[in-house]
Design a protein around this ligand. Structure first.
Ligand code: CP
Ligand code: NVA
Length: 301
């Protein structure tokens, strides 16, 4: 069973296959996709809001000839206490693949444990693996191979930061994280990646992280499920990605953000809308990687 839950469970070779397919699909789309997934249905369960993940997956499976069913948790019996396991068993009888956006990563693992069809991680509190595929694809289409590049993460040690740490190990790039000392990434993920030889540093200085970087990445200071407290926001003083910070990276450095952005908080308008920003390509690439993930999960590549 090919679940796509966590890059750590996917071989480097399969990640390359998925990324190469995404690149091919981006070109192929201009000619019209073939309907490789005709008759296939993807169920998408959302515990939290989504724009990019919801729309890119629905368009992806539709353009491949299949169909998506979008399910908000509270519209399901899941919202009234039916278990994740029973939901997995039932949806597996109707659908060919399931995608879940969940608060707790444990819910995703439970869904995958009981589903008899592939399960895709559409974001949890721990990881956002589909987003990382789009991010790597975007870096590589602008700068060539990500191997050996210096990536700077500035901001929260959240699901995206954890995903970048895993990617640094799998894709052999250097990752310099700057996070407030109270908001660091998952310690197990970080120490395991470093123990396996990944080139990763964690500090509290955005300037040090960004110095000479090929790519500067940030994300919201308040993720879905976080308490939007003043104390939390205060911890990010000095962590805004603005023109002064970008000036310390390489002159042609890219700026990435998985979006949604909170303009004027973690990033300024001039950076987000500026020449170094690749965020709209990054968002578009979600569509192409989603197709590749679906094709991989369903054994078509
Ligand atoms: N980047 C991302 O996953 O966006 P959505 O929350 O809009 O899906
Ligand atoms: N870290 C953010 C990413 C949103 C796509 C969140 O979890 O809300």
């Amino acid at each position: 069973m090919r679940h796509f839950l966590d890059w750590r469970d996917v071989s480097a070779l399969d990640l390359d296959v998925i990324l190469a397919e995404a690149v091919r699909r981006k070109t192929a789309r201009k000619m019209g996709d073939n309907h490789t997934l005709a008759g296939k249905t993807l169920a998408m369960i959302f515990e939290k809001n989504s724009t990019r993940t919801r729309v890119s997956f629905e368009v992806a499976i539709t353009e491949l000839g299949g169909h998506a069913v979008v399910l908000q948790k509270d519209d399901l019996q899941l919202g009234r206490g039916e278990t994740v396991a029973d939901t997995a068993r039932v949806l597996s009888r109707y659908c060919h693949a399931l995608m879940l956006r969940a608060y707790a990563h444990a819910s995703l693992l439970e869904l995958a444990q009981y589903a008899t069809v592939p399960v895709i991680n559409g974001l949890t509190d721990l990881l956002h693996p589909c987003q990382l595929l789009a991010d790597v694809m975007t870096v590589e289409e602008r700068l060539g191979s990500i191997k050996g590049k210096k990536i700077a993460w500035v901001g929260d040690g959240n699901n995206m930061a954890n995903s970048w740490i895993i990617a640094a190990e799998k894709m052999h790039f250097t990752l310099h994280l700057a996070c407030p000392k109270t908001l660091t990434p998952d310690a197990t993920i970080l120490s395991a990646a470093k123990a396996r030889g990944a080139h990763i540093t964690l500090g509290t200085s955005p300037q040090e992280a960004v110095a000479g970087a090929d790519v500067v990445v940030t994300d919201t200071w308040v993720s879905m499920g976080d308490d939007d407290t003043l104390t939390r926001k205060q911890a990010f003083r000095g962590f805004q990605v603005n023109a002064a910070l970008m000036a310390q990276a390489k002159p042609q450095a890219l700026f990435l953000h998985c979006l949604p952005a909170h303009r004027g908080e973690e990033v300024t308008d001039d950076v987000l809308d500026g020449a170094q920003s690749a965020v709209w390509d990054e968002a578009e690439n979600r569509l192409h990687v989603q197709k590749a993930v679906l094709l991989w999960c369903l054994g078509e590549i």
